[in-house]
Ligand binder design. Structure first.
Ligand code: THU
Length: 130
């Protein structure tokens, strides 16, 4: 899948978002080394902290299908003015499985800003500390 196609896959998930509380839909598309793509959206809950972000939905789907550590890039699409960056919890979640992941963040206009996981979560906690 091309970068533009992956961006379209993430943007296409905005319609699937369940976000009656924040009214802020987010879509994500996660690509594996073999080209497989897992998509996700944010899923909110009346008990607010129970809600899940789009990135964790996408990577959770992949992990539950047995994928591990061959994640190459993820696109996160949000209707924000600036690029929709992952929250701290998602950064920690994604680092566990994909410390070298490219994270491509889109704003409402589809403009992108790309980051490495190291840029998003420097000095992150991992298994080496245990
Ligand atoms: N959200 C995501 O799904 N991903 C992000 O990168 C940032 C925030 C969701 C969580 C919540 O459902 C809504 O956006 C507002 O915070």
């Amino acid at each position: 899948m091309t970068r533009e196609e992956l961006k379209a896959a993430a943007t296409g998930m905005l319609d699937k978002a369940y976000c009656p509380y924040s009214h802020f839909p987010v879509g994500a598309a996660l690509e594996c080394a073999d080209g497989t793509v897992y998509t996700g959206c944010n899923i909110e809950n009346a008990a607010y902290p129970v809600g899940t972000c789009a990135e964790r939905t996408a990577m959770g789907k992949a992990i539950s299908e047995g994928r591990r550590e061959d994640f190459v890039r993820i696109v996160v699409a949000g209707k924000s003015d600036g690029p929709c960056v992952p929250c701290g919890m998602c950064r920690q979640f994604m680092k566990e499985f994909a410390p070298k992941l490219e994270v491509i963040c889109l704003n409402a206009k589809g403009e992108e800003q790309a980051f490495t996981m190291e840029e998003l979560l420097p000095h992150g906690f991992d298994q080496s500390y245990l």
